[in-house]
Design a protein around this ligand. Structure first.
Ligand code: UT7
Length: 345
């Protein structure tokens, strides 16, 4: 048995906000943002777009890829519904859901896709959401289960939760969604395929380093002002940076040693796109050439749980992932959480 990614999709809002656009409103510059983060632009959803809208678009793209592989009837709408009906579970990683707690954004997506046979749940693992989601999908589809197909999505509208007057924060984030269809395939041969190994971790002592205080049961929304409780995400950038470099380095080492392979066996590392300097620092510590890491942070900035599936879809659609390639994902985020997957494409 193998758990394979058979299709991918992504949704990027058309509105593009460059560093120069930001520099017109804030005390910052294109030079500072590029040199400290590798970011040149980010895409921002319009007011009417919620997390589920981007998730839905990415999911439809992935489902369309399945239709193309399986050969549909030619009636696009019906073909999409037919493939959606083959989904057994929808898992959506996000820090910026449509609604707080209930209903899950995954349920909104399930309804709009017409995926009536799918269970649906959101997971809160910050920017590690997609890495966690793949492993949860593998568990739900695993040996003995009758479930066969999962849709794993990372979707975020971070622009709605950042303080646009804070130059240390707002320059970092963008909106977007990425999706993958994961399928259990029988693998009677000896060749290894699909999701090979996953490492997941968390360090709850870092909850304060990346936090959205308002709106939960600790500081519920009520009429009137919540004095002292900011309405946006707060971050201790330095602490997250240090955590990220340490955990990314450790997780890459562990994935390689547990699988008894070297970095030369890995075709591509697809890291969470938070800051190009984090990736460069981890790569330097481990002696990994920079070209091994796929970076698209320049165009999209940090899209949290969406960043890895967006990157996977870009590579996939560009034909840069060959069957049999060993791909490593690696990430970290609010929680604090971290993890990585090894996948044979
Ligand atoms: O998905 C996980 C989410 N979060 C992360 O991954 C964040 C990880 N952390 C980081 O990426 C980095 O810590 C930042 C990019 C957030 C900050 O970079 P830094 O090199 O650690 O800068 P800093 O916070 O130490 O600030 C250095 C200086 C400060 O000025 P002073 O006090 O030295 O005069 C800041 O006020 O840079 C200033 N600064 C800026 N200047 C121009 C901070 N933001 C900006 C800005 N433009 N946008």
């Amino acid at each position: 048995m193998a758990i394979e990614i058979i299709a991918t999709g992504r949704a990027i809002p058309p509105t593009r906000l460059t560093n120069d656009d930001l520099a017109m409103k804030l005390d910052t510059s294109d030079e500072w943002i590029r040199s400290h983060t590798g970011i040149c632009a980010r895409h921002i959803a319009d007011e009417d777009t919620a997390c589920s809208n981007l998730a839905l678009e990415a999911a439809r793209q992935a489902l369309t890829m399945v239709v193309q592989q399986e050969g549909g009837s030619g009636n696009e709408t019906q073909d999409l519904v037919d493939v959606a009906l083959t989904l057994d579970v929808i898992i959506l990683g996000t820090a910026t859901p449509d609604y707080l707690g209930c209903p899950s954004t995954a349920c909104v997506v399930q309804d709009k896709l017409g995926a009536r046979n799918a269970a649906a749940l959101d997971i809160t693992a910050g920017c590690s959401g997609f890495i966690y989601g793949l492993e949860i999908a593998a568990g739900l589809l695993g040996t003995g289960s009758r479930r066969k197909r999962a849709l794993v999505i990372g979707s975020e509208i971070l622009s709605r939760f950042v303080d646009w007057t804070d130059r240390g924060m707002c320059i970092l984030f963008g909106d977007g969604a990425g999706a993958a269809i994961v399928e259990k395939t029988e693998n009677p041969g000896l060749t290894k395929r699909g999701l090979l190994r996953t490492i997941l971790g968390a360090d709850g002592s870092g909850t304060e380093h990346l936090i959205m205080r308002r709106g939960g049961s600790r500081n519920p929304y009520k009429t009137g002002e919540l004095v002292g409780v900011p309405p946006h995400i707060e971050m201790n950038g330095q602490a997250v940076y240090n955590f990220a470099v340490k955990r990314v380095t450790e997780t890459i080492e562990k994935l390689l040693s547990q699988e008894n392979i070297t970095i030369d066996d890995v075709s591509r590392i697809v890291p969470h796109q938070a800051n190009a300097r984090i990736v460069q620092a981890a790569g330097k510590r481990l002696g990994i050439p920079e070209e091994k890491f796929f970076l698209n942070i320049k165009e999209y900035a940090n899209t949290s749980a969406a960043s890895i599936p967006i990157a996977l879809d870009e590579l996939n659609r560009a034909g840069s992932l060959q069957k049999g390639d060993l791909i490593m994902t690696i990430g970290f985020g609010g929680g604090l959480t971290y993890g990585g997957n090894l996948i044979i494409w």
